[in-house]
Design a protein around this ligand. Structure first.
Ligand code: CA
Ligand code: CA
Length: 320
């Protein structure tokens, strides 16, 4: 079965936490400085082009709005070949003293099998997605809970970062989040109408980091990873992008709207003018063929801008 909403992908902040946890101040980008020298990720050059955006093979979930397939023209852009790593994010935090939203709220969402915390630290458990736990002390530096650390994870994607946190990083780096259209164009790697960044073939455990086994209790680890993999595992696509599908969801700049493709502009679409949630793309280590097949080029999901979880990160593009 597949789910009709996005709750399986990541819980939102209000659902995963306890009602007793106070709201945090919304962080600002007061540290904006355009210190692009601090952002050193290798770049993929995506040429100006018209591409076919959307689900061409009917694999999409009802309600995700992956259709109609439509032509989109984009200007050229430069994009990080990987998601921002823990080492990258540590440079940003070291330079600015920025505190992420999970630190300000005091908790974040951790997948149950990854938990490294006392039971007392579990503040909430969404009834619809009980594999997510709201965990006190979980944040980017302690992604699985207060007893976890980043030791050995320097080249893994930063996680437990909200859309607002990603914006703050971009402001510091002098960069921006990709639009949803840019993200899909880059993920397609120059191929047309394919399901995955490499084509249509599937080789279990060989192509990307998702879930194998019986979700959410049994993971055979056929691809080697229960949670995040290093950002340069598997094979990059035709533009040199690593792991656009699988590993971690990636925040995009756009507001979310299920029906956006029916009316989106054909030239450099930047999403609806307003909304309640932000777009995420690419799926994560929790995706599974039988439950949440959103590890595809055209798959779409969303969450509130203050939400964070252990399977959501981001990559950036250059300002033009
Ligand atoms: Ca895996
Ligand atoms: Ca990804």
């Amino acid at each position: 079965m597949t789910t009709d909403d996005h709750d399986c992908c990541t819980p939102n902040r209000e659902v995963s936490g306890a009602a007793s946890v106070p709201r945090a101040d919304v962080p600002t980008t007061e540290h904006a400085g355009g210190h692009s020298g601090g952002h050193t990720l290798e770049q993929a050059e995506v040429p100006a082009q018209q591409f076919q955006m959307g689900d061409a093979d009917g694999a999409g979930n009802p309600g995700d709005g992956e259709t109609p397939v439509h032509a989109v023209s984009l200007d050229a852009f430069s994009m990080d070949v990987t998601t921002v790593t823990n080492a990258d994010f540590a440079t940003f935090v070291g330079d600015t003293g920025y505190r992420t939203e999970s630190e300000r709220f005091g908790y974040s969402a951790v997948f149950h099998l990854a938990l490294k915390a006392e039971l007392d630290d579990i503040l909430g458990q969404p009834p619809q997605t009980p594999w997510w736990l709201g965990v006190r002390g979980a944040n980017w530096a302690h992604p699985a809970g207060p007893q976890s650390s980043l030791d050995g994870l320097e080249q893994h994607p930063v996680v437990q970062v909200s859309w607002n946190d990603a914006q703050a990083y971009c402001a510091w780096a002098g960069r921006r989040l990709p639009t949803e259209a840019e993200w899909e164009c880059a993920a397609r790697g120059g191929l047309t109408g394919r399901r995955y960044p490499w084509g249509d073939e599937w080789e279990e455990g060989r192509r990307c980091n998702i879930w194998q086994g019986r979700f959410p209790a049994v993971n055979t680890l056929a691809d080697g990873w229960l949670t995040t993999a290093p950002v340069r595992e598997f094979t990059p696509n035709g533009y040199g992008l690593w792991q656009s599908v699988g590993n971690v969801w990636e925040w995009c700049a756009d507001w979310w709207a299920e029906d956006y493709y029916a009316s989106s502009p054909g030239q450099n679409p930047a999403g609806p003018a307003m909304g309640g949630q932000r777009v995420m793309r690419g799926g994560s280590y929790l995706c599974h063929d039988s439950y949440c097949n959103r590890y595809r080029n055209s798959a779409r999901a969303s969450n509130t801008a203050d939400s964070a979880a252990g399977n959501v990160g981001f990559r950036t593009v250059a300002l033009t």
